[in-house]
Design a protein around this ligand. Structure first.
Ligand SMILES: NC(=O)c1ccc[n+]([C@@H]2O[C@H](COP(=O)([O-])OP(=O)(O)OC[C@H]3O[C@@H](n4cnc5c(N)ncnc54)[C@H](O)[C@@H]3O)[C@@H](O)[C@H]2O)c1
Length: 356
């Protein structure tokens, strides 16, 4: 019996609505597979919790989460709470505290109608971005000197340690070797004359341990252009925290938008729980109206199953996503449908059962 303990942090706004659908999918998997069992525990953390307690999560929040096999997170953010507080005091606290240094973001076209790119097919847009998730440009280091004075100076420091740089690049090479795919490094050594020169150097060093993996390197500006003009160039991409953040939003844009963009925050050593979440935020503009598209959150469940070693379920959930996307009227309004968040969640579970 593969029994897994899952911590649920639905968070704010539509996070609550979409996680509910993901849990339905997990329960459907449980009902279809006698070898899998899930135990869910709900955590009420997020901006509402902050407005009541002054904290985004409990003081001993990381301790409470540490015994779980995974964390399933909706979204955090609320108009009356500054975004840097909701981001740093919950999301980044978990990502950093649990050393989730790998961010996996598939850029995969699940239905040909979802891409705004002319003449691009599902075969053309199918790659994985591996983003460094623990340091780099998002290390939070810097200074604010002479604040409010005419000579004011702000420093935002990128931190690229050998350990941090090498482990993400090595992870990407391992993945490329496992999947027998080409690995592309994206950096910017011409302008960032310390950090990205170092990144390129480490990439070239690690490459010598993987002679069978085909490699390419692009500057981030050129890579952005190729994401749009020739996405078929990419198979597996490894890049820094900031570049990965921006490029994966572009990746989401060419595959159907935020409603179908997912991301996994992985601690590969499994010393700490990994976290699975849709890429989108709490969408206050549509929260509570049943308009939220749950498919990104459901795709996160597929990533979670893959991480648990349940590849057959990960594949089935992805296949069901493809099946569901064909039924336009069953989709939420952001995808041209007439259904609700709940309705689409139910329809998905129905289709998943049919696949069995
Ligand atoms: N991972 C996270 O928790 C996360 C990520 C991004 C933003 N945020 C936070 O969310 C709040 C809102 O941010 P934002 O508006 O910039 O980004 P957002 O992703 O919440 O919304 C952007 C736009 O996309 C739409 N949208 C997003 N997800 C959708 C879905 N599943 N179905 C249908 N439409 C969807 C929204 O209605 C909105 O118009 C902010 O407080 C921000 O800090 C959190």
């Amino acid at each position: 019996m593969n029994k897994k303990k899952i911590a649920l942090i639905p968070g704010d706004g539509i996070g609550q609505e979409v996680i509910k659908q993901g849990v339905k999918v997990l329960k459907t998997v449980e009902s279809l597979d006698e070898n899998i069992e899930f135990e869910f525990t709900d955590f009420p953390w997020g901006c509402e919790y902050y407005l009541e307690t002054g904290k985004m999560m409990a003081e001993d929040g990381l301790d409470q989460l540490s015994s779980f096999d995974s964390i399933y997170l909706g979204a955090v953010g609320y108009p009356t709470v500054p975004d840097h507080i909701s981001l740093w005091d919950l999301l980044l606290k978990i990502r950093k505290g649990f050393d989730q240094y790998v961010n996996l973001r598939p850029v995969k076209l699940l239905h040909p109608g979802l891409t705004p790119l002319k003449g691009k097919s599902r075969e053309d847009i199918d790659f994985l971005v591996i983003r460094e998730n623990s340091e780099g440009e998002y290390s939070g280091k810097g200074d604010w000197l002479f604040e409010g004075n005419p000579e004011e100076v702000v420093l935002q420091t990128g931190v690229f340690s050998r350990k941090g740089t090498e482990r993400i690049i090595r992870y990407a090479f391992e993945e490329a070797r496992r999947q027998k795919k080409k690995l592309t490094s994206i950096s910017k050594a011409n302008a960032l004359n310390y950090s990205m020169v170092f990144w390129d150097q480490v990439f070239n060093e690690v490459a010598t341990d993987y002679p069978e993996v085909e490699t390419e390197s692009y500057l981030v500006d050129a890579a952005s252009m190729f994401f749009v003009r020739e996405p078929e160039r990419f198979e597996i991409v490894v890049t820094s925290n900031l570049f990965g953040d921006i490029l994966t939003d572009l990746g989401a844009a060419i595959t159907g938008g935020l409603g179908v963009a997912t991301g996994a925050n992985i601690n590969p050593e499994k010393k700490y729980p990994s976290m699975f979440e849709p890429v989108h935020g709490s969408a206050p503009d549509i929260a509570g109206k049943g308009l939220a598209n749950p498919l990104a959150a459901i795709w996160s469940v597929a990533q979670m199953m893959d991480f648990f070693g349940e590849k057959q379920w990960s594949d089935k959930i992805e296949k069901t996503l493809e099946d569901v996307l064909v039924h336009e009227s069953e989709l939420t309004p952001d995808m041209g449908g007439k259904s609700t968040t709940d309705g689409l969640g139910d329809f998905f579970c129905l289709k998943l059962k049919e696949l069995k």
